[in-house]
Write a protein that binds this ligand. Structure first.
Ligand SMILES: [Mg+2]
Length: 286
């Protein structure tokens, strides 16, 4: 069946993660040390190093289970490092397990994240504009589905100067393991837990909010999963759910790709492909 809808992830897929990530890490580190003291820099660096060392078994868990490798991008690894740093330094409230303070810990992490992410100077992959425009010339529908906010990503997309209109569906919460609110029967094809040989922890494919967004996009565009290509840079987060629903998937490989990601893709057979550059996704289009 021919592809009629292309869904791009945003951060790391259309953006230059090396450039934006370096900006983000610098701003995030500055904020952590301004708030917690420059003397804690070695502890902060140790926490960051340990997160990278322990991924992908160390997963990014936003409260419903591990849903992406802990080193998947600088945004995820910084969030995990903050938690490890706060515990190691026994920081009041932030470094505790006290459930009464969970909301404060969440708000603090969220505020640091938003401050660092919001200050980024947008940096796209050099081929992003040409690839989006080529996709739009070959299929009727092109969308961006992202965990980031619709408003922020729409604003960043304006910097690309696209000759075509591309809808942005933000706040997709691809990291949330939960049940869907619409078209519930279609989720029956998606297992609660999935194991591959190179990863000891289970992959948790049932992402209810992401499912809801995908379902809405398919309804709005009059397309089906079998006519869809999802392009993303984190297999576990972006591609596993749509792949299990019958979509084609293309992995834009990260510098720190893991063997288990290849094993996940192999389960999708000819519906899955991968390439180091975003341009590789165009080979999948009519
Ligand atoms: Mg991404």
């Amino acid at each position: 069946m021919s592809i009629r809808l292309v869904i791009f992830d945003f951060d790391g897929t259309l953006t230059d993660i090396a450039d934006e990530g370096a900006q983000f890490e610098a701003a995030y580190t500055r904020a952590v040390l301004d708030l917690c003291g420059e003397a804690r820099r070695p502890a902060w660096e140790a926490a960051r190093t340990s997160v990278l060392a322990d991924a992908p078994e160390l997963g990014w868990d936003m409260g419903s289970g591990a849903t992406a490798p802990g080193d998947a991008d600088p945004y995820i690894s910084a969030t995990l490092a903050l938690s490890r740093f706060a515990r190691a330094e026994r920081l009041p409230i932030l470094g505790s397990d006290d459930p009464r303070h969970a909301a404060i810990r969440g708000d603090f992490g969220g505020a640091l994240y938003q401050a660092a992410y919001g200050a980024l100077r947008p940096a796209f992959r050099p081929e992003a504009r040409a690839v989006i425009e080529a996709a739009a010339s070959r299929v009727p529908h092109v969308r961006v589905v992202t965990n980031s906010s619709t408003a922020k990503v729409t604003e960043k997309m304006r910097h690309l100067g696209l000759a075509v209109a591309v809808g942005v569906d933000g706040d997709a919460r691809k990291f949330e393991v939960s049940e869907p609110t619409v078209n519930v029967e279609a989720m029956a094809a998606v297992p609660a837990s999935w194991r591959v040989p190179s990863l000891r922890r289970p992959v948790l494919p049932r992402r209810g909010r992401y499912f809801d967004v995908l379902t809405r996009v398919w309804a709005e565009t009059g397309t089906r999963p079998e006519e869809t290509l999802v392009v993303g840079d984190i297999v576990e987060l972006d591609l596993v759910l749509p792949g299990l629903l019958g979509a084609s998937v293309h992995y834009v490989e990260r510098a720190r790709a893991h063997p288990y990601e290849g094993e996940l893709l192999a389960e999708f057979g000819a519906r899955a492909s991968r390439s180091p550059s975003l341009e590789g996704a165009l080979a999948r289009l009519p």
